[in-house]
Design a protein around this ligand. Sequence first.
Ligand SMILES: [Zn+2]
Length: 366
Amino acid sequence: MGESLDCNKLYKKDHIEANLLDEEKSSSRYRGLPVKTKTIYENWKVFSKEGHLMFRCNYKKAQWYLTRGLAKQLSDDSIGLKFQPKGLGHHGDRYHLEEKMNICVCCGASQDLTMHHVVPEMYRKYMPTAIKSHASHDVLPMCKACHTLYESNAFEFKQKISAEYNISLNGRGRIPLPHNRKVKKAASALLRHRQSCKDLVNITVSDTKRNVKLIPRERIKELESIVLQWWNQMERDSLSPRHDNADIAHSSITIRRLDDMSDIPDSVLEIAVQLLDYRLSDEFIEHGKFVVSELMRNRQSVVVTENGREIFDETRHDLADKRDHWPNLESFVIKWREHFVKHTNPKFLSDKWKIGDSIYTNVVNY
Ligand SMILES: [Zn+2]
């Protein structure tokens, strides 16, 4: 058995998602928050033909208009559209049109900036496009330290939502696989033991060998037996014409029977430690999907008038600019904004950013 087995193909997306909760608990996920290497806001201004400031964008987008002859350059950091757009973008929206600072909205730091989603992605991704495309309002620059600090508060809030909607953050519809768990634990212990043996060779006597914990020989045999039985069962299953072993499905591995416990290569142990603790039933539903679908049960028809006011009128179904609004989703987004402000006290957040701002986009994509 070579060491180059493609373990990644073994376990599908479900496995990665399954581990999210554990990662959140340990907060290791947040230590690995992706830091922005490029400037977040480049603040190019885009004007309409009539000279209205419509929106701001980055250099790349401005160049996109210029190279296609759709705009002319007005100054070092502004362009004017040559065509008549369907609407005026963010015209009149003071928050979206202001020049934005490339600093942490909480502490003002300009280094190690990440982007924070005020409404967690696990919910937002299931929201209607009219809300998702308005995301920039609720995606804010935060330094890694402030972001990591807040995420533990956010996790507590998610747990409250979990209790309120009676659905685990891991979703509903997982079927536990206790045997896989047993094999995983055995393989994990064996890998640690093997590493300790290697460490022992490298340290000097004065490094106090007593600090290196080794597993007694008898226990090692028990653990190896557990892994060996699992592996050879996989081998038997793979020979069966009707096998449906999810662990080896979609993999390119050729499983070779192991006759001796001492034969177990590290590569087999590494596969074992990635076994799923559960499988998903046909009724499985993600936490975020369930919560958002509940919030969307209540829907209203809304007409947006020329002066921007919204009229809720179920009788005007004939109007072309009628839109769907979801009052409970609005409350949900507002609650997340309130939670964010309460726990971070963002001193550098624009005073034009309001908790009660609309959650919907009125902007046409050009
Ligand atoms: Zn900060």
